[in-house]
Design a protein around this ligand. Structure first.
Ligand SMILES: *Cc1c(COP(=O)(O)O)cnc(C)c1O
Length: 360
């Protein structure tokens, strides 16, 4: 007889892992929005140095990392939460804010982790479809707010659709949300967004104590293998709550050291963003040549419908994998027949476009 699991576990969706890990070395990994660039040598050095001390627990208060983030963003350290990746903070927020009878609101398709929050807590999820340009419909989201709402998630730029809303629209939305409802603005890709300065949203924190800006070292900083994320908050109550529901040493010593070092290298971040924008234009051109119009990307990946629709999705994804290119199928992300493709190196992008041309 198999094990009998809780209803909670039976509710939680299982997200398919990109099956890259059994494939040959030269596969183009374009399925998980990772950086194609290896970590900076200074970051590798900082991590190496910390390893000789790992007989000790890491700093449970993440004091140095929070101080570095506070210096960088001008947010008091008491309003900064750290996580084992930003998903850790997201899940902790779900645990701290949600329960049966409570509601959360997010757009769909959006980040695959959001449905997990409702499933894990028993809260009700209101999924508001993105509009025909794949943008959050903030007006429709605002009308879903009720007395039961505890949490609203806005992903900007949005994963998997790659699109972003101007900050002015987000600002107008946040102003409509009642004080007791937490708004998490998930900005995992904000550095790649050319619509607004990535730091412009920080201003909102001074006016909205219920706002949380969720950010990560996984994407532009390229440290997803170590797991470090953070939340910049409008008040310290969110920080206290997410720390209450987690194990004490949620961010390991190597991740803390790497993140502190990564923050010093803003030039490297700018260079990566510039390369990403070049890749964005090349991929857009390449897709246009195949008769495909991707969504307007403000991220490090593109999102588009396959000409053959949902029926062709599995075959195309498999055939791309056989040609050494791993991408993410839209079916698992809320839009069957779509593909999400991370921008890789110029060679990997060319390989993807060549393979897709072949298959179409
Ligand atoms: C990648 C991503 C994150 C970051 O996850 P980590 O746990 O920090 O690696 C958060 N939100 C979105 C929308 C993402 O795509």
């Amino acid at each position: 007889m198999p094990l009998e699991f809780s209803e909670r576990v039976r509710r939680i969706p299982v997200y398919p892992a990109a099956s890259a890990y059994a494939l040959p070395e030269d596969v183009a990994l374009l399925a998980s929005n990772e950086s194609p660039d290896p970590p900076l040598p200074e970051v590798v050095e900082a991590v190496t140095k910390i390893l000789s001390g790992v007989n000790r627990y890491p700093d449970p208060t993440n004091a140095k990392l929070r101080a570095a983030l506070s210096d960088r963003y001008g947010v008091p350290a008491s309003r900064i939460a750290i996580g084992n990746g930003s998903c850790d903070i997201l899940l902790a927020a779900g645990e701290a804010l949600l329960e049966p009878g409570a509601e959360l609101i997010y757009a769909w398709p959006s980040f695959s982790v959001y449905p997990h929050l409702a499933a894990a807590s028993g809260a009700r999820a209101l999924e508001v479809p993105v509009d025909d340009r794949h943008l959050h419909d903030l007006e429709a989201m605002a009308t879903e707010i009720t007395a039961a709402t505890r949490l609203v998630l806005v992903c900007n730029p949005n994963n998997p659709t790659s699109t972003a809303l101007p900050l002015a629209e987000i600002t107008a939305f946040v102003e409509q949300v009642p004080r007791h409802v937490c708004v998490i603005l998930d900005e995992a890709y904000c550095e790649f967004n050319t619509l607004d300065d990535p730091d412009a949203s920080l201003d909102l924190l001074t006016r909205h104590p219920n706002l949380v800006l969720l950010r990560t070292f996984s994407k532009v900083h390229g440290l997803c293998g170590l797991r470090a994320g953070y939340a910049l908050c409008g008040s310290d109550e969110f920080v206290t709550a997410v720390n209450q529901v987690r194990q004490p040493f949620f961010c390991n010593a190597a991740a803390q050291a790497a993140a502190i070092e990564a923050l010093k290298h803003t030039d490297a971040v700018h260079a990566r963003v510039e390369r990403t924008i070049v890749a964005r234009l090349e991929m857009e051109d390449g897709l246009n040549e195949l008769g495909i119009q991707p969504a307007e990307s403000q991220a490090n990946f593109c999102w588009f419908d396959l000409p053959g629709g949902a029926d062709s999705e599995a075959a195309i994804v498999d055939a791309l994998a056989q040609r050494g290119v791993l991408v993410r199928a839209g079916g698992a992300l809320g839009r069957p027949g779509a593909l999400r493709v991370t921008y890789g190196t110029p060679a990997q992008n060319a390989r993807f476009l060549d393979a897709l041309r072949d298959l179409l």
